[in-house]
Write a protein that binds this ligand. Structure first.
Ligand SMILES: C[S@@+](CC[C@H](N)C(=O)[O-])C[C@H]1O[C@@H](n2cnc3c(N)ncnc32)[C@H](O)[C@@H]1O
Length: 205
């Protein structure tokens, strides 16, 4: 399963320009706004799960964040981000892993996930994700997660997705995670399409 997934995502990042994929954002505005609203110190440990080639890490390096990790199943995605960051890439921990089999070796203050969780269409995959999430966060830690909303697309990158509203995401994450904020975003794809996203901020109890 992991091999097929990895091959899918490797192929995506090998064959498509990073700024042509549907999830491309010139600036990761919703994530940056969510982080600004949390008033976290730049020393907070943040992991971008399924970070891909997102420029979130670039913007956080610019802002002086000093404990950044980007995890993705696709090595070519991380290569794009590393090449863009050049020398500054050395300030970031890069991990090639499937989050559903990954065992975190430390805890993060911020777990950020834009558009990975919604690919987990099987209950056991979501359970495995939650195990990683629980192992990778401590009480007081923050989870910023975005998925397609109920009126969002049924597929992404050719794969089926599970769509969520805030209540459904809170039910998935369970009572250990208190929902602090939620909002919807209309993402504009590079091709001009519109995609409804559901964003949630949870605090680990
Ligand atoms: C829709 S893209 C979003 C990328 C990035 N978060 C962004 O906002 O630009 C989904 C990303 O999740 C990664 N991914 C998919 N399944 C994964 C898994 N099981 N474990 C880790 N990464 C995964 C893909 O390689 C891809 O980079």
């Amino acid at each position: 399963m992991t091999d097929a997934k990895r091959e899918h995502w490797d192929e995506v990042y090998r064959t498509k320009a990073a700024d042509s994929v549907s999830w491309y954002q010139p600036t990761p505005e919703p994530s940056l706004r969510a982080l600004d609203d949390l008033h976290l110190p730049a020393t907070a440990a943040l992991i971008d799960v399924g970070g891909g080639a997102s420029s979130l890490v670039d913007r956080l390096v610019e802002r002086g964040w000093s404990d950044l990790t980007v995890l993705d199943i696709a090595a070519p995605a991380l290569d794009v981000a590393k090449a863009r960051l050049r020398g500054e890439a050395a300030q970031v921990a890069w991990m090639v892993a499937d989050v559903t089999v990954w065992r975190p070796e430390r805890r993060y203050d911020v777990w950020h996930d834009r558009a990975v969780f919604h690919f987990l269409t099987e209950p056991e995959q979501r359970l495995a994700y939650r195990r990683a999430l629980e192992a990778g966060t401590a009480p007081g830690g923050v989870v910023i997660v975005a998925t397609f909303a109920p009126d969002g697309p049924e597929r992404c990158s050719g794969l089926p997705v599970q769509r969520y509203d805030a209540a459904a995401l809170a039910a998935e994450f369970g009572p250990a995670f208190a929902l602090e904020r939620e909002w919807r975003e209309e993402h504009t794809t590079p091709g001009g399409g519109r995609q409804s996203f559901q964003w949630c901020v949870f605090r680990r109890r």
